[in-house]
Design a protein around this ligand. Sequence first.
Ligand SMILES: [Zn+2]
Length: 91
Amino acid sequence: MSEINCPHCHGVVSHGAKVCRGCQAEVEYGAPPFLYGVLLILSILFGFKAASFLPEFFGWLTAIVCFVAGAVVLNKFFKDRIKFKRLYRTK
Ligand SMILES: [Zn+2]
Protein backbone atom coordinates (compact mmCIF):
# COMPACT_ATOMS: atom_id res chain seq x y z
CA MET A 1 0.00 0.00 0.00
CA SER A 2 1.45 3.32 -0.99
CA GLU A 3 0.84 6.46 0.95
CA ILE A 4 -0.21 9.84 -0.32
CA ASN A 5 -0.08 13.27 1.18
CA CYS A 6 -3.22 15.27 1.71
CA PRO A 7 -2.83 18.66 0.04
CA HIS A 8 -5.09 20.28 2.61
CA CYS A 9 -3.64 19.21 5.93
CA HIS A 10 -0.43 17.57 4.64
CA GLY A 11 -1.30 14.47 6.58
CA VAL A 12 -0.43 11.02 5.30
CA VAL A 13 -3.29 9.00 3.90
CA SER A 14 -2.92 5.37 2.87
CA HIS A 15 -3.88 4.70 -0.73
CA GLY A 16 -7.38 3.32 -0.82
CA ALA A 17 -8.67 5.35 2.09
CA LYS A 18 -11.90 7.19 1.36
CA VAL A 19 -11.43 9.99 3.83
CA CYS A 20 -8.41 11.87 5.15
CA ARG A 21 -8.06 11.25 8.86
CA GLY A 22 -6.51 14.65 9.40
CA CYS A 23 -9.08 16.95 7.86
CA GLN A 24 -11.97 14.72 6.72
CA ALA A 25 -11.34 15.54 3.05
CA GLU A 26 -12.95 12.97 0.78
CA VAL A 27 -10.47 11.13 -1.39
CA GLU A 28 -11.60 10.36 -4.91
CA TYR A 29 -9.77 7.93 -7.17
CA GLY A 30 -10.04 7.47 -10.90
CA ALA A 31 -11.99 9.47 -13.42
CA PRO A 32 -14.11 12.38 -12.20
CA PRO A 33 -17.76 11.25 -11.99
CA PHE A 34 -19.02 13.92 -14.41
CA LEU A 35 -16.94 12.34 -17.18
CA TYR A 36 -19.00 9.18 -16.82
CA GLY A 37 -22.10 11.31 -17.29
CA VAL A 38 -20.63 12.85 -20.44
CA LEU A 39 -19.68 9.38 -21.62
CA LEU A 40 -23.20 8.11 -21.01
CA ILE A 41 -24.71 10.95 -23.05
CA LEU A 42 -22.22 10.42 -25.90
CA SER A 43 -22.92 6.67 -25.88
CA ILE A 44 -26.66 7.26 -26.15
CA LEU A 45 -26.07 9.72 -29.02
CA PHE A 46 -23.92 7.14 -30.79
CA GLY A 47 -26.63 4.59 -30.16
CA PHE A 48 -29.27 6.83 -31.72
CA LYS A 49 -27.00 7.46 -34.68
CA ALA A 50 -26.47 3.74 -35.15
CA ALA A 51 -30.21 3.09 -34.78
CA SER A 52 -30.90 5.44 -37.69
CA PHE A 53 -29.37 2.97 -40.14
CA LEU A 54 -29.41 -0.24 -38.13
CA PRO A 55 -32.22 -2.04 -36.32
CA GLU A 56 -33.05 -0.52 -32.93
CA PHE A 57 -31.47 -3.43 -31.10
CA PHE A 58 -28.08 -2.58 -32.60
CA GLY A 59 -28.54 1.02 -31.58
CA TRP A 60 -28.82 -0.01 -27.94
CA LEU A 61 -25.98 -2.46 -28.38
CA THR A 62 -23.81 0.34 -29.81
CA ALA A 63 -24.68 2.58 -26.86
CA ILE A 64 -23.78 -0.12 -24.34
CA VAL A 65 -20.55 -1.07 -26.13
CA CYS A 66 -19.54 2.62 -26.38
CA PHE A 67 -20.22 3.16 -22.69
CA VAL A 68 -18.31 0.07 -21.55
CA ALA A 69 -15.37 0.78 -23.87
CA GLY A 70 -15.34 4.43 -22.79
CA ALA A 71 -15.43 3.47 -19.12
CA VAL A 72 -12.44 1.15 -19.62
CA VAL A 73 -10.52 3.95 -21.35
CA LEU A 74 -11.43 6.45 -18.61
CA ASN A 75 -10.33 4.01 -15.92
CA LYS A 76 -7.00 3.45 -17.66
CA PHE A 77 -6.44 7.12 -18.35
CA PHE A 78 -7.26 8.28 -14.82
CA LYS A 79 -5.80 5.25 -13.05
CA ASP A 80 -3.36 7.32 -11.01
CA ARG A 81 -5.62 10.27 -10.41
CA ILE A 82 -6.28 11.02 -6.79
CA LYS A 83 -8.28 14.02 -5.75
CA PHE A 84 -8.90 15.37 -2.30
CA LYS A 85 -12.22 17.04 -1.88
CA ARG A 86 -12.47 18.96 1.30
CA LEU A 87 -15.97 19.79 2.36
CA TYR A 88 -16.37 22.53 4.84
CA ARG A 89 -19.22 21.06 6.77
CA THR A 90 -20.56 22.66 9.87
CA LYS A 91 -21.40 20.16 12.52
ZN1 LIG B 1 -6.29 16.10 5.04
